[in-house]
Design a binder for this molecule. Structure first.
Ligand SMILES: Nc1ncnc2c1ncn2[C@@H]1O[C@H](COP(=O)(O)OS(=O)(=O)O)[C@@H](OP(=O)(O)O)[C@H]1O
Length: 428
């Protein structure tokens, strides 16, 4: 692993305590993160991107923005992959449908595998809002409550993209999400996940997850401090719910929540089992030690919020973000929020802060450009700003009409050029 470039913003005086550095262990740099959908995985990917970029590590990147999803992953989907004897990659983390034998062709044998799970009901809310127009089962329902009342009325497993509507995590782990629930099947799935992954994080306990992760990877505390990315705009008052683009709050009844849990029984089983495993890990780690580290992490996040972010760090709607190059991708019914940086930051601070809020798509483009410089970009220093790289990317790929086709030929919304972002004021 290459030496870390200096990033003074993160080296506060308190950071030299033993609790933020991990003694004699050696930081892992061969990492595979299965980026499950709607589980806070973009926030996790951001810290992998930061860690790798700061240390000049090689990312296994997709040709577009995901590895041929929803088809099972194959090694040929990795940009620059030249067979098992070729380039050695360090970090892999973009969306894929997991397929271990193929991943093993790309990643070194000592790779650390981890992923993240979320309560399937919260995940269904997030997925419904985001994939409303993409999954036929969601498209036809009047709302998530209506869908939950009678999912069979809307769901046809044969239709493309309906995997977003049922057992999405199970699907992402490469398991058969259309199978009817049975305990034997659920246990086999859990066993497969245990066999293939070193650590499973839980979105609801994000900060505790980050502490376990950093200890498992032997990373400094700074590396796992993050701002929540990819959040939906929430209703400002009332209980659980979210605001649609027409600002109508959508609230599920308890009965509907139970029904969604039953509908996603395989995911619910996965979540329950790994939630238990997670807390067993915390037991082993020690609860008071965990409390101390979570406290440190939160303090650090607060400090960075004050330094880096405008408006006290409150995420805002994409069209209110003045720098169009850091607007998050928009999809479905809801507004996906982003951040603005404090004005007047010095260059080094601006760079460090920008890394933490740079949306996934723009960050992937930047890393892609660093790893695969275009001929006319070779002269450009690696310390590019996102504004500069966005511009280069657009030029480098020949202008406005870069549209990625999915596996069956349909257009992937995500792959828009930033010229399109500029003209429409958002990423689609
Ligand atoms: N730190 C942290 N803790 C808890 N939850 C978090 C965090 N960061 C992001 N989020 C929430 O994760 C949801 C987005 O998930 P993903 O980034 O995995 O979505 S995606 O599949 O990449 O589109 C999205 O959930 P919803 O807001 O419910 O849609 C985010 O708000």
């Amino acid at each position: 692993m290459q030496p870390e470039r200096s990033h003074s913003l993160f080296t506060l005086p308190t950071e030299h305590s033993r609790s933020s550095l991990l003694g004699s262990c050696h930081p892992h740099s061969h990492i595979m993160f299965l980026k499950t959908h709607k589980t806070a995985s973009s926030t996790v990917l951001n810290l992998l991107y930061r860690f790798g970029e700061e240390r000049g590590l090689q990312f296994a990147l997709p040709l577009g923005y995901q590895f041929g999803y929803p088809l099972p992953f194959i090694a040929q989907r990795v940009k620059g992959y030249r067979g098992p004897q070729g380039v050695e990659f360090d970090i892999m983390g973009n969306h894929m449908r997991f397929n271990k034998p193929e991943v093993e062709k790309v990643m070194p044998p000592d790779t650390f595998y981890f992923s993240i799970l979320r309560d399937p009901v919260a995940l269904a809310e997030s997925s419904y809002a985001y994939y409303k127009n993409v999954a036929p089962a969601f498209r036809r329902a009047k709302g998530l409550g209506d869908f939950a009342d009678n999912p069979y009325k809307y769901y046809d497993p044969r239709l493309r993209n309906n995997h977003y509507a049922r057992n999405l995590m199970w699907f992402d782990f490469g398991l058969d999400h259309t199978a009817n629930f049975s305990l034997a099947l659920a246990k086999r799935g859990v066993a497969a996940v245990r066999r293939n992954f070193n650590l499973i994080l839980i979105s609801e306990y994000f900060d505790q997850s980050m502490v376990l992760l950093r200890h498992a990877l032997c990373w400094p505390l700074d590396a796992v401090v993050s701002f929540s990315l990819n959040a939906r705009q929430q209703v400002s008052s009332g209980r659980v719910g979210w605001a649609s683009k027409t600002a109508t709050p959508m609230v599920l009844s308890e009965k509907q929540r139970l029904k969604l849990r039953e509908w996603n029984a395989l995911d619910w089983h996965l979540y329950k089992v790994f939630n238990l495993t997670f807390w067993q890990e915390v037991d082993r780690f020690g609860h008071s030690r965990m409390e101390t580290e979570v406290g440190l992490l939160r303090t650090k996040r607060e400090v960075l919020t004050r330094i880096c972010l405008r408006d006290g760090g409150r995420p805002i709607e994409a069209n209110r973000i003045r720098d169009k190059a850091i607007r998050p991708f928009q999809s479905g019914l809801v507004k996906i929020l982003g951040y603005e940086l404090q004005p007047g930051l010095d260059n080094a601070t601006w760079d460090a802060c920008l890394r933490m809020i740079r949306p996934e798509i723009q960050y992937k483009d930047l890393l892609d450009l660093l790893q695969f410089p275009q001929p006319k970009q070779l002269a450009v220093d690696v310390g590019l700003t996102i504004k500069e790289t966005s511009l280069l990317r657009t030029e480098g790929h020949g202008g406005k009409h870069l549209v990625e086709r999915d596996w069956d030929g349909t257009t992937l919304f995500r792959n828009q050029t930033l010229e399109q972002v500029d003209s429409k004021g958002r990423l689609r």
